[in-house]
Design a protein around this ligand. Structure first.
Ligand SMILES: CC(C)(COP(=O)(O)OP(=O)(O)OC[C@H]1O[C@@H](n2cnc3c(N)ncnc32)[C@H](O)[C@@H]1OP(=O)(O)O)[C@@H](O)C(=O)NCCC(=O)NCCS
Length: 159
């Protein structure tokens, strides 16, 4: 069903792409441990503020997420602050779709969201993808501004 309150946005991975520029002290790696999964769940719960379809239980959320045929641990990109706490996350499906992008509230407006998104683009470019897509609610102004700034454009929902 077509969702009229949300856009599908797309970044074409043609031409040169700017490299991710990480805020000072931020380190990035993929999801490795059960503790990582718990931290991601906690960050998403807070970031989406109950608006998203995310299970309240970390175990249920992880079972559904990691059991999806489009799940790939290497496409779960985690950014950590200088104290080793999770600061932001980008979770992607193998179809080159950004399932979740979120930055911890106190870490926003420092360029971390942009760096995570640019990193996602480079990961999929290295995999040979032609484009990266995501869904954004039309009332998510910070999200829309970020995506436009990173060169994403509105495309129709398929089907
Ligand atoms: C959307 C979201 C991921 C953006 O993350 P972020 O880390 O704040 O993103 P950035 O820092 O790259 O950009 C945000 C703003 O900070 C500004 N900024 C970036 N670096 C800055 C710096 N060093 N100093 C001051 N401002 C800065 C950017 O220009 C941008 O400004 P704008 O919104 O006026 O255009 C974050 O708001 C979030 O997690 N929201 C809740 C979850 C969500 O909605 N996710 C998207 C679902 S589609």
């Amino acid at each position: 069903m077509i969702d009229r309150r949300a856009w599908r946005m797309r970044k074409l991975l043609d031409g040169d792409q700017p490299a991710a520029h990480w805020p000072a002290g931020i380190g990035v790696r993929t999801l490795n441990t059960p503790a990582d999964a718990k931290a991601v769940h906690a960050l998403l719960l807070r970031a989406y503020d109950g608006d998203e379809d995310i299970f309240p239980s970390a175990e249920d959320w992880w079972a559904r997420f990691s059991g999806d045929p489009e799940f790939d641990r290497d496409l779960c990109l985690l950014a950590f602050d200088t104290e080793g706490q999770l600061a932001g996350v980008a979770l992607c499906w193998t179809s080159a779709f950004v399932k979740d992008l979120a930055v911890r509230a106190d870490m926003r407006r420092q360029g971390l969201g942009e760096a995570l998104l640019l990193h996602v683009f480079s990961v999929f470019r290295a995999r040979g993808a032609a484009h990266v897509d995501l869904k954004v609610e039309l009332d998510n102004e910070p999200g829309l501004r970020l995506y436009r700034r990173c060169g994403m454009v509105h495309v129709p929902w398929e089907g």
